[in-house]
Design a protein around this ligand. Structure first.
Ligand SMILES: [Zn+2]
Length: 421
């Protein structure tokens, strides 16, 4: 029997059971594990103790990310298997944690078989991946790679109002080192980064394939605050050419973007966008009024950097033109972005080969959602992701885990690692 064949449903299940109370709201069955909260720490501490019981080194790094190491014959290079342990508010038990459970199951199988790999295998439980809490993503991975900015450190957590810097200082982190951009992972020592995650959509379900191998991760450009400021007026008495209609300025912008986005898609350029919140002011609007105010948020995503940049410029242009024509003021605030990432061709094909060798059916796909793997890839570390098929629902108490695909996907990663054993 090969060492990776011992990876089982029970191995994965025990972890979800053990952390199944952390951040659980029994009323909604949802999980809330805010970034840098004691609940996120509880989940990471569970994995740390489990790893120590396996006889592995397990300790926090300078960002308080969890590091678990199986030492290889040479420690000059390492393979990293990572994912996160925070969650959105009222999310599920598996988003993020499935990747850590997969990584630790691989190490458990290696330990059980007494195998010593050629290089170090490092599992990372990353902090603060979800953007909901600090309004910025990938904090743990960016910090580990020396990519956090001084502005990031001043960001406040939405629920508590406490800054990231204060959280880090309270946990004993040297924030001056972060400010200087000192990486804790020398990237030249990393052979590759692999992240396992539930798919968060239904493509694998629809295809009837248990495992996805990710070739690219969409980046995004977002505004948390877009205001169209016109003028309220009588909707019967005011002539059309005298109006400053904020809704029509927004509608014209949205419609032009929709047409343009479809043109990109027809050319097979990856692009999606949404105005996830869009509304007038309910205290002031009314059926007999020309709407003088409109607010929206915007999320544009693409796997292609140029497309993302071009479409964002297109948005600014059409919004500007629509607003000038209608004498409406446009305010764009709360901008933030993350870069798209192309997964490494060599590691993608190695993973596909490994899956093929052990009969794991897989499907190449892009990730619409952002993941820490994007940070590793953009830092120049060869990276890819494995997606587990599940019920397709995520960031929700209805999120489920499919053990069959979890085991197959984890074994595919293990088989790849086997080529370094
Ligand atoms: Zn996630």
């Amino acid at each position: 029997m090969e060492w990776w064949e011992s990876i089982s449903e029970d191995m994965l299940r025990q972890h979800f059971r053990a952390i199944g109370h952390i951040g659980l709201n029994p009323k909604t069955n949802g999980y809330t594990r805010p970034s840098y909260s004691p609940l996120e720490s509880d989940a990471l501490n569970y994995f740390r103790e489990y790893a120590r019981c396996l006889g592995l080194e397990a300790f926090p790094d300078e960002m308080c990310n969890l590091i678990i190491i199986k030492r290889g014959k040479t420690s000059a290079r390492k393979i990293i298997i990572g994912s996160h342990c925070d969650s959105v508010a009222n999310g599920g038990n598996y988003d993020g944690t499935a990747g850590v459970a997969a990584g630790i199951s691989i190490l458990e199988a290696i330990q059980d078989a007494g195998v010593t790999p050629e290089l170090d295998i490092q599992v990372m439980g990353l902090r603060a991946e979800e953007s909901q809490w600090f309004g910025t993503t990938y904090i743990g991975s960016r910090g580990a790679l020396g990519l956090l900015t001084p502005e990031d450190l001043e960001k406040r957590r939405k629920d508590s109002g406490t800054t990231l810097k204060e959280y880090l200082l309270n946990m004993g982190v040297d924030t001056d080192a972060l400010r200087r951009g000192v990486p804790t992972i020398p990237k030249e020592n990393v052979e590759c980064y692999i992240e396992a995650h539930i798919e968060q959509h239904t493509a694998l379900l629809e295809k009837g394939v248990p495992v996805g191998i990710v070739t690219a991760i969409r980046g995004n450009k977002r505004h948390r605050e877009i205001e169209f400021r016109g003028e309220y007026a009588h909707s019967g008495a005011t002539p059309m050419d005298k109006r400053q209609d904020a809704v029509l300025a927004f509608a014209e912008t949205a419609e032009k973007m929709d047409v343009q986005c479809r043109k990109y898609n027809e050319q097979e350029l990856d692009l999606v966008f949404a105005f996830g919140e869009a509304h007038t002011d309910s205290n002031l609007h009314g059926i007999t009024k020309v709407p003088g105010y409109f607010r929206a948020v915007l999320d544009i995503r693409s796997t292609h950097r140029q497309t993302l940049n071009d479409f964002y410029e297109f948005f600014r242009n059409v919004a500007g033109v629509a607003c000038r024509r209608r004498n409406v003021e446009l305010n764009l605030e709360g901008f933030f972005e993350s870069q798209p990432a192309v997964m490494d061709e060599k590691i993608v094909s190695s993973l596909a080969r490994a899956a093929g060798e052990i009969g794991v059916p897989y499907h190449y796909m892009i990730s619409g959602a952002g993941h820490d793997a994007a940070v590793f890839a953009n830092a120049g570390i060869p990276s890819t992701m494995v997606f587990f098929r599940h019920n397709g629902i995520s960031h929700s108490p209805k999120e489920e885990f499919e053990y069959e695909s979890g085991v197959l996907g984890t074994k595919a990663i293990a088989k790849l690692i086997d080529s370094y054993c």
